[in-house]
Design a binder for this molecule. Structure first.
Ligand SMILES: *Cc1c(COP(=O)(O)O)cnc(C)c1O
Length: 390
């Protein structure tokens, strides 16, 4: 400190900066690309890793670090690495932990872009993927090869809410010397903690419930530090890092995650029950309903059924589109995990680029609609859907 007190103008810029090392009440947004060093020697020590500290925001940033620590704590993980999107979390995990000649087993019911990434992009670099029946544990065992390094599942799946037995698939993966990664997007750690069930890695599209208000793209990988350290090495070099601003938005989102998940899940269960009783609805897919094929497993593995309800209208695309187009309240968008309820026709949007045969094999029919239930009243959501259901 200078001996003369700082001028007021200087204080207006600088005061409190000494306390900005996490003494602030709200988390600070460190919107900075790089960090300065006290000396050449410190710069060298930071770069070599001999001294811990921030260097450059492609490597680390305090606001991003707070998000990573908070999410790791929620998932019960030693380590967490944040990424620019959910897809870059999946991409970075495979790039960091696998090499040409390795093999992946993935469930058929994974997110459309993840299918494309595994089936088309990684295949070009010598990493082959076997896609197996989502809920059949024996199918995972039968697909094991000596070079299988990763088993990748998503549960509940999108859009059919199929539930995979995480503990059973973890046992199969470990028997084959492979890691199990679980995309925990639909449940979040509030409803399901895959690491406790034997998974090695939890992957998030934080774009969805972790933000919770449809604002930022983001992702994360959680797991043992030895694994997340490897992912970090890839990320700091390749660069699909989370921006500090988006991390700051996510921190605000995480503060309300628990009450949002509980409220939205409770509404989803109520909506699912009402839809199941509607004469124009052929079938409802919701893990919290007794009619769901994996209801018992879901209730063991999850705290509740989650906030995604899919249903098939009587008829095909025309009838399904009529429901979508009659909505005055629900948002027609492919996003999910928002406080605003969204409606999607998967066969013509999220799953539109998959071949018709593959779509039929996956059970995604033309009459299927997916509702990501938000915080509006169930009565209003139901009334909006009834406009088009008749
Ligand atoms: C949205 C989504 C992703 C991809 O996340 P982005 O943030 O859009 O890149 C991956 N998995 C699931 C289950 C998703 O819903």
């Amino acid at each position: 400190m200078a001996s003369k007190p700082y001028d007021l103008d200087t204080l207006a810029v600088r005061a409190g900066q000494e306390r900005s090392q996490f003494g602030e009440h709200a988390e600070a947004l460190y919107l900075t690309s790089s960090f300065v060093f006290d000396s050449a020697a410190q710069a060298a020590a930071r770069f070599s890793g001999a001294e811990e500290g921030n260097v450059y925001s492609r490597f680390s940033n305090p606001t991003v670090s707070i998000f990573q620590e908070r999410l790791a704590a929620l998932e019960g993980a030693q380590g967490c690495i944040a990424t620019a999107s959910g897809m870059s979390a999946i991409f970075s995990t495979v790039m960091a932990l696998l090499k040409a000649g390795d093999h992946i087993i993935a469930s058929r019911g994974i997110f459309g872009a993840t299918q494309q990434l595994f089936g088309n992009i990684f295949a070009r670099f010598g990493v082959e993927t076997s896609f197996v029946e989502t809920t059949n544990v024996d199918a995972y065992r039968a697909a094991l090869q000596p070079n299988t390094k990763l088993v990748f599942i998503e549960t509940p799946s999108n859009p059919l809410t199929e539930v995979v037995d995480i503990a059973a698939v973890a046992a199969v993966a470990h028997q084959g010397g492979a890691l199990l990664a679980v995309d925990n997007c639909f449940c979040t750690p509030i409803l399901q903690r895959p690491l406790e069930l034997g998974a090695d890695l939890v992957i998030h599209s934080a774009t969805k419930y972790l933000d919770g208000q449809g604002r930022v793209l983001s992702g994360a990988i959680c797991g043992a530090k030895a694994l997340t350290d490897e992912v970090f090495k890839f990320l700091r070099t390749a660069g699909p890092t989370l921006s500090p601003f988006n991390a700051w938005v996510l921190l605000k989102g995480l503060e309300t995650l628990k009450i949002r998940m509980e409220a939205q899940s409770a509404s989803a269960l109520e909506l699912a029950r009402r839809l199941e009783a509607h004469p124009k609805v052929a079938r409802v897919f919701y893990p919290g309903l007794a009619s769901h094929p994996q209801h018992a497993l879901a209730m063991r593995q999850q705290k509740s059924g989650g906030a995604i309800v899919s249903f098939e209208v009587e008829g095909a695309r025309e009838e399904a589109w009529r429901v979508v187009d009659s909505c005055r309240l629900l948002s027609i968008t492919a996003n999910l995990g928002d406080t605003k309820t969204t409606i999607t026709h998967p066969a013509s949007t999220t799953h539109g680029r998959i071949s018709a045969e593959a779509r039929a094999a996956a059970g995604i029919g033309e009459g299927l609609l997916r509702i990501a239930v938000g915080l509006e009243s169930v009565d209003d959501i139901e009334a909006d859907l009834k406009n088009g259901l008749g």
